[in-house]
Design a protein. Structure first.
Length: 261
């Protein structure tokens, strides 16, 4: 597995596939690049996909130091530098969308098109998940907590008809301290003040039934980022890109294709 070296010396594993203009794919909290396994082929017919394992996950280093979404964005820039990519389209979902916000705002010359999926601005302006959702995820029974997470990610109809694999439930190989570091980084995210600085074409995508990252966050992003477009995936929960792949991938591809450099 190839690695890039971050500014602090941490080794960040990355993966590439396909051919064409580069498309950086950013995963959710406490997940590695396998988050994208079910859908990246939808983009590799026209784009060179680039993904990475955040520090603390997969084949990347796992230093026991504070993490942040801005820091993850800086690690992503290190990957782009290692690959000699000056500018890329960026598609981030969940916490990856938070990382993508920093990329577009703080490194505007590295991003030409932005897609933010099932994410939020963070901070006091964000709509937080409800208490019932938080309780369901904090159940002491691991099997019950996993089932609760599955039902936040996917509809019950989909779960009844699919045997998986479900690649959005977290990197099981992560040490406990790294999971805590990821949770803290995501919870501390607040890009509200810099969202207005994003000037690249931006698409916001969100499932209408998302309770994990409440759907009310999507219009907040769309209103805050100049010229952003908002598209809903009816009936979808958090993992809209996976369960509703046949709708979401063409939607994102159309936007990316229309904004190719």
């Amino acid at each position: 597995m190839p690695h890039a070296e971050a500014a602090d010396g941490a080794r960040i594993a990355y993966q590439t596939g396909g051919a064409g203009p580069p498309l950086l794919l950013l995963t959710g909290q406490a997940n590695n690049h396998h988050w994208w396994d079910g859908v990246r082929a939808d983009f590799e017919t026209a784009y060179r996909t680039v993904s990475l394992d955040y520090r603390g996950t997969g084949d990347s280093d796992k230093p026991d130091i504070p993490y942040s979404t801005l820091g993850f964005a800086e690690d992503a820039v290190a990957v782009l530098d290692e690959l000699g990519i000056e500018q890329a389209a960026v598609y981030g979902t969940s916490m990856g969308g938070r990382v993508a916000q920093w990329l577009a705002a703080r490194f505007p010359d590295r991003v030409h098109t932005l897609v933010l999926g099932c994410t939020s601005p963070g901070g006091r302006h964000a709509v937080e998940r409800g208490a019932e959702v938080r309780r369901s995820l904090a159940q002491p029974d691991p099997a019950a907590a996993r089932q609760a997470l599955l039902e936040l990610m996917y509809t019950r109809e989909f779960l009844a008809s699919s045997a998986g694999p479900f690649n959005t439930l977290g990197d099981a190989s992560m040490p406990a301290y790294a999971k805590r570091r990821h949770l803290y980084a995501s919870n501390r995210h607040d890009a509200w003040d810099v969202l207005a600085d994003i000037t690249v074409p931006t698409l916001i995508v969100h499932g209408t039934e998302d309770l994990f990252n409440p759907a009310a966050n999507a219009p907040l992003l769309a209103e805050r980022i100049p010229g952003a477009r908002l598209r809903w995936i009816p009936g979808a929960r958090h993992a809209y890109f996976d369960e509703f792949r046949s709708i979401a991938s063409p939607l994102v591809r159309e936007f990316l294709d229309a904004n190719r450099p």
